[in-house]
Structures are given as structure tokens and as C-alpha cells.
Ligand binder design. Structure first.
Ligand code: ZN
Length: 160
């Protein structure tokens, strides 16, 4: 028994914020704006995981008007969602993500991001794929005003 889930997220890229993707702090002159640490990659993966089991979305589980989540580490939210997946009788088969960012160039960071997420989610490196694309300077992402992520996950029922 398999379940598939899809997630999307977008955050504004602004000055005087840290850029955190998949729990990795990336050296850049701008960062993502948000109530939490604005880790757009973690948020898209969370929505894909929740979507796979029809458990709603990130806003339902972690409301952005709740002061508890102000500046919070999104990898902690990801761990909480993983617990829900396991409690629901499923494990992660694989995850595939596309980060859309004009700047910075993310290629040099992808292996570190993948290994960090594989550790957090307790899966192998070959179960988490992360690709980075620019928007060829088109639109708000292409003008470096935002970073967006598409994520898709496949869950597999835990036997027994
Ligand atoms: Zn978000």
C-alpha cells in the first residue's frame, strides 16, 4: 500500500534574515521572511507528507499566528510530522524536491541539505532528491524576490 503527497511553499527573500533551507544555514546577503525560520524546503516537505495521508496542511498543525512558532526551527516541525506519519502506519519511500531560486546558486549546498534531511527523517541519502533551478530571471523568483519549493513524497505502509 502506497500513498503519494505533494507540497508547495514560497517565501519572500529579504534583507536582514537568515537563509535556511532544509535546516542548513546558507551564506547569503538575504534570507527568507516568515513567522518561523521560513525554511521553505522543510515547509513544502511537511505539506507533502501531510498531504499523502490526507492530514491537512502545515497551517492547520502549526498556525502562523501562534507565538509558540515564532522564529521556530522548522526541522523540529518536520520531526513532529514524521512522527504523525509513523503513527499512521507509514514510512517514507522517497522524496523529490525542486527549489526555485535565482540567487544564491544552491548547487554547492545540495549535498549538505540532503544529508541533513536524511538524518532528520531517518532515511538514506538515495531516498531524498533535491534539485535547484533558476527561473531564467522571469517573474518574482527570477528577480530574486522569493524562493519557492515543490516537493513530492511516496509513503509505504509499514508491514505488520
Ligand atoms: Zn512556509
Amino acid at each position: 500500500m502506497y500513498r503519494i503527497g505533494q507540497g508547495f511553499d514560497i517565501h519572500q527573500l529579504v534583507e536582514e534574515r537568515d537563509l535556511i533551507l532544509g535546516g542548513v544555514n546558507i551564506e547569503h546577503n538575504k534570507g527568507l521572511l516568515g513567522h518561523s525560520d521560513a525554511d521553505v524546503l522543510c515547509h513544502a516537505i511537511i505539506d507533502a507528507l501531510l498531504g499523502a495521508l490526507a492530514l491537512g496542511d502545515i497551517g492547520l498543525h502549526f498556525p502562523d499566528n501562534d507565538p509558540k512558532y515564532y522564529g521556530c526551527d522548522s526541522t523540529q516541525l518536520l520531526k513532529e510530522v514524521l512522527y504523525l506519519i509513523i503513527k499512521g502506519g507509514y514510512k517514507i519511500n522517497n522524496i523529490d524536491c525542486t527549489i526555485k531560486a535565482q540567487t544564491p546558486k544552491l548547487q554547492p549546498f545540495l549535498i549538505e541539505i540532503r544529508s541533513n534531511l536524511s538524518r532528520i527523517l531517518n532515511i538514506n541519502l538515495n531516498q531524498i532528491s533535491i534539485k535547484a533551478k533558476t527561473m531564467e530571471t522571469l517573474g518574482p523568483i527570477g528577480e530574486s524576490k522569493a524562493i519557492a519549493v515543490d516537493a513530492i513524497v511516496l509513503l509505504e505502509e509499514i508491514e505488520g
